[in-house]
Write a protein that binds this ligand. Structure first.
Ligand code: SF4
Length: 259
């Protein structure tokens, strides 16, 4: 591990500790780590280069416009701003959470509160950056009131937007943050403890124009599930397995980089 990676990881663990212990980031001494010997790691590319879908009339802007106009479930009535998602148009990693919280609802941007700060640290610790090589989205694009979990029918109504995003983005890997995102995307009732720690696959169900694809020819996308950053903030016992998941993600990203 390099000194920079150790510093980022230490800051990530400190941040989680701070929020668990006192609810805000505390002032800390600067670290002075050194590189491990033979710590050279292949740099991750800033973007996972893909071919643009031929003849597609869909775009991230069109999806955001459709989300803004959507009234397909009751969540549009109580939201402040819709939160379609943001990031690289050709991401190495697509991070999927369950839905916007209070901060995201006000900003119209995903993962901008305390959990978002921790997510940024987690991504940085393995060489990822939400603005450069990731895209951040949610299962539902409007905030569920009182931060409750989205209902199954709300997720079903909203899933066409996420499917269009996945088909358009063609991410190298999907990272599901939390139980709701993991169970909804993978259509399973298994809990997050059973789902995390290993890769599975997702195959988009619509083409890049948003139409259902009866005979799907899209390649499967590797999926890794892990704990939602807010769960890590609430329970420090989750820090270690969350870090194990990040290491797994990094190893898979490095193998993508060699392909
Ligand atoms: Fe439409 Fe999704 Fe918002 Fe429901 S949550 S109103 S389906 S955009």
């Amino acid at each position: 591990m390099t000194a920079e990676e150790k510093t980022i990881l230490a800051h990530f663990l400190d941040l989680a500790d701070d929020y668990v212990c006192c609810g805000h980031a505390r002032r800390r001494e600067e670290y002075a780590f050194e590189d491990d010997e033979a710590a050279e790691q292949p740099a991750l590319p800033l973007a996972y280069m893909i071919e643009e879908p031929e003849g597609s009339s869909d775009s991230l802007e069109a999806i955001a416009g459709d989300v803004s106009a959507c009234e397909a479930c009751p969540l549009y009535k109580t939201r402040t701003l819709p939160v379609p998602g943001e990031g690289s148009g050709h991401p190495l990693v697509l991070v999927i959470g369950e839905g916007p919280g209070a901060d995201e609802d006000k900003a119209g941007r995903p993962f901008v509160g305390r959990a978002g700060q921790l997510l940024d640290k987690m991504l940085q610790s393995i060489g990822l950056d939400r603005n450069k090589n990731c895209y951040i989205a949610n299962m539902v694009k409007c905030r569920p009131p009182e931060n409750r979990d989205p209902e199954p029918d709300e997720i079903t109504a909203c899933s066409r937007f996420l499917e269009r995003q996945i088909t358009l983005l063609k991410p190298g890997i999907i990272l599901c943050a939390g139980r709701v995102a993991a169970q909804s995307l993978l259509k399973t009732a298994r809990g997050i403890n059973a789902l995390r720690g290993e890769f599975t696959e997702y195959r988009p169900e619509c083409n890049s124009d948003g139409a259902a694809e009866p005979e799907n020819t899209e390649p499967a996308i590797p999926v890794l599930c892990t704990f939602h950053p807010s769960a890590v903030l609430r329970d420090e016992n989750l820090k270690r397995p969350a870090w194990e998941d990040l290491k797994l993600l990094k190893t898979r990203l490095e193998s993508l980089n060699k392909e």
